[in-house]
Ligand binder design. Structure first.
Ligand code: SAM
Length: 356
C-alpha cells in the first residue's frame, strides 16, 4: 500500500496498524502531507462545518513546583518573574471574555501549591455561578482523584492534561526523577472516569522523542479516546536545560494533527500558540490540517510575557482576546468562521451521521 493509500485507509477505518502510523509519520513527503491535510479538513467539516471554536485562555499562575526540563516556568528557573492571579482577577478576566462573547474559559497554570484543592474548587464555583452557560476548562496539572472530583462537582466541564509522552523512558528524559509517569497516566484515567471531557497530547519534536515514541503516543491515544487533543511543536526556552535543543517541525506537527483528526473525527483539536509561534501562518496551517479550536489569551497583558513556556511565545495580536477581529479575518481568509458557541464534544452526532 502506498502512503497515500494508508491515509485513505485511516480516513475510512479511523485506525491503522502500528507500521501504518510509522510510515505516515516518517514519509515526510509534501504531496502526502497535502493529501492527508485535506482528508482531515473534510473529517472536521463533516462534524463541525467551517466553525473554529474560540476559548478564552487565562494563565492563572506561573509558579510551579515541577521542574520539567523543557518548560520555561519550571521551578529552577530563577529568571522568571513569578505572578499569581487572585480569584477576583481571574473572574475579571472571565468577565472581559464574556463581554467579548467567549463561552469557554480555560484556566491554565503551573502547579502552584497556593492553588490547592480548596482554592480551585472555590474558583470553579464562583465562575460557574456567574457564568452558568459557559464551559470551564482546567489545565492545572496533577491533583488527587478526590480533588478532580471536587472540581467536577463544582462545575468544571473539561480538563487538559497532556500525557507528554507515552513512553516511560522518554518521560524520564523530559522530567526529573521526582515526577512520575504513572501518576500522570493515572491522573488522566481518573479525569476520564470522573466524566470530564478530557484532553491529552504531546509536544512534537520534544528532545529525545523518536518516531517509535510517536507511534506509542498514537496507540496510547487510540486506547484512551480523548475528547480534546493538544498537539504543538516543542520550542526551546533559553533558561531551561534544553535551551540548545531544536524546535519541533511544522510539517511533523501538521501530519500529526491530521492523523489525530482522522482517528477522532469529533475531537476538539486546537491550533496551538506554539504552532503560531513556530511559523508564519502556523495557526492557519493548523486549521487547514484539521484543527478546529483557537485559544486567544485573556490574561492581563502585563502578565503575559511572564508565562514564557518557550522563547518568543505569541500573546498579542490575533493570539489575544483584544485581537479577535484580526483572528476572525485570518480565519475568514481560509474559509472558516469563528464560533462563539461552547463547542462541546459531539460524539453522538458523529455516530449518528456515520450509522455507527
Ligand atoms: N502545569 C500544567 C500541566 O503540566 O499540564 C499545565 C501548564 S503546562 C505549562 C502546559 C503545557 O505546555 C504542557 O503540557 C507542555 O506540553 C507545554 N509546554 C511546556 N513547555 C513547552 C515548550 N518548551 N514548548 C512547547 N510546549 C511546551
Amino acid at each position: 500500500m502506498t502512503a497515500r493509500e494508508l491515509a485513505d485507509t485511516l480516513q475510512r477505518d479511523r485506525r491503522l496498524d502500528p507500521e501504518g502510523y510509522r510510515r505516515l509519520i516518517t514519509a515526510r513527503d509534501a504531496g502526502l502531507l497535502e493529501h492527508i491535510n485535506s482528508l482531515a479538513r473534510e473529517a472536521a467539516q463533516a462534524n463541525y462545518g467551517n466553525a473554529v471554536y474560540v476559548r478564552g485562555l487565562v494563565e492563572v499562575s506561573n509558579y510551579c513546583r515541577n521542574d520539567c526540563y523543557y518548560c520555561g516556568i519550571r521551578r529552577s528557573n530563577r529568571n522568571v518573574e513569578r505572578y499569581r492571579l487572585s480569584q477576583d482577577e481571574i473572574l475579571e478576566c472571565c468577565r472581559l471574555g464574556d463581554s467579548l462573547g467567549f463561552r469557554t474559559f480555560v484556566l491554565q497554570g503551573g502547579e502552584d501549591a497556593t492553588m490547592n484543592e480548596a482554592f480551585v474548587t472555590g474558583l470553579v464555583k464562583a465562575i460557574r455561578k456567574e457564568f452558568p452557560a459557559s464551559a470551564i476548562t482546567l489545565s492545572l496539572g496533577e491533583y488527587s482523584r478526590e480533588a478532580y472530583q471536587k472540581f467536577f462537582d463544582a462545575g468544571a466541564d473539561r480538563y487538559l492534561l497532556r500525557h507528554e509522552t507515552a513512553n516511560r523512558e522518554h518521560y524520564g528524559k523530559l522530567h526529573p526523577a521526582s515526577m512520575s509517569f504513572d501518576h500522570r497516566m493515572d491522573s488522566l484515567h481518573a479525569l476520564k472516569e470522573i466524566g470530564f471531557q478530557t484532553g491529552t497530547g504531546i509536544m512534537v519534536g520534544s528532545p529525545g522523542q523518536t518516531d517509535d515514541n510517536i507511534v506509542e503516543d498514537i496507540l496510547f491515544m487510540e486506547a484512551f479516546g480523548p475528547e480534546m487533543i493538544g498537539i504543538g511543536p516543542y520550542l526551546p526556552q533559553c533558561d531551561t536545560p534544553f535551551a540548545g535543543e531544536r524546535a519541533g517541525s511544522l510539517e511533523d506537527t501538521l501530519m500529526l494533527i491530521s492523523i489525530f483528526r482522522l482517528m477522532f473525527p469529533p475531537a476538539l483539536i486546537p491550533s496551538t500558540t506554539s504552532l503560531a509561534t513556530l511559523a508564519p501562518e502556523g495557526r492557519e496551517r493548523g486549521i487547514l490540517a484539521g484543527a478546529n479550536v483557537v485559544m486567544p489569551n485573556l490574561s492581563p497583558p502585563e502578565n503575559r510575557a511572564k508565562y514564557a513556556l518557550y522563547d518568543n511565545k505569541k500573546a498579542f495580536g490575533a493570539e489575544a482576546s483584544e485581537g479577535l477581529r484580526e483572528l476572525e479575518a485570518q480565519m475568514e481568509k481560509i474559509g472558516y468562521r469563528i464560533s462563539y458557541d461552547r463547542g462541546d464534544f459531539v460524539n453522538g452526532k458523529w455516530k449518528m451521521e456515520n450509522g455507527k
